[in-house]
Design a protein around this ligand. Sequence first.
Ligand code: SF4
Length: 322
Amino acid sequence: MSLLRVENLRIRFATARGVATVVDGVDFSMQAGEALAIVGESGSGKSQTALAIMGLLEEGAQVEGRICFDDRELLGLPAPEMARRRGAGIAMVFQDPMSSLNPHLTIGTQMAEGLIHHRGASRTQARAASLRMLDAVQLSDGARRLAQYPHELSGGQRQRVLIATSLLCEPRLLIADEPTTALDVSVQAQIVALLAQLRRELGLSLLLIAHDLGLVAELCERSLVMYAGRAMESGPTREVLAAPAHPYTRALLAARPRIGGGSGRLEAIEGTAPDPARRPNGCAFHPRCRQAADRCTQQVPSPRVVGTRQSVCHFDGAGAVR
Ligand code: SF4
């Protein structure tokens, strides 16, 4: 049985320009203990997918499909029931550690909140658990940290606090949305190592939302590449990165800077991602795709198996028409 199953997920918002479809029929599942990355540019729908799983989409979102956690449907649950399920099983770490913490409350107060509300812990129990978790995320001098305010910590320290807070209720699934984007490069490496270690030690499932393919390679066995709200390619991370089957994955890889990475030029993906209220006909990637043919402008491609991967393109990885 899958720990998380997302089926035909569609998320739309009414806007002044018309209905914006930000996620358009996405399917994936995760087994317990597995790490899956959802990869794509800004606006690909990856963060909206994560927010839908958490039940934290903005008001007005129209959501269809299924999101089953531990074989129980989450979509359509009343907010208090959703909060209970979420608190018991799923936690999320957001991109910007500063804006995710309340500047007016001490770290100790913010860490204790979830345990007190979701688990009925006393303040003393919550403090003891917070100290243990700060130790687990390798943030030294825990008692002093609990008395500090967010602005007194560095970006890396704040992200460790957020990871520790998210793990306090012992979730089975941790969703990490671009957890290193706002950090310096050296701190990013520390946070990646920490997430990998915590995953191993706690047996966590990890759903990583990322645009950084290097981060994905280090943390996740499987990857799902999204563009304009649709899944483009999915499969084992090693193979998706080593021999991408989909033109969009290939373009993402070609645009990726590498440290000391040879003399090859980086290739920008020309154009911009489509406005979700004015999506192109056919394959959503066709206005930017170098391999696009006439049928790409008319027909939405169906998912096809290419080796160990699933690619949503009219052509196979070698360019042959299917
Ligand atoms: Fe490119 Fe056509 Fe494949 Fe879309 S279906 S990715 S436009 S080749």
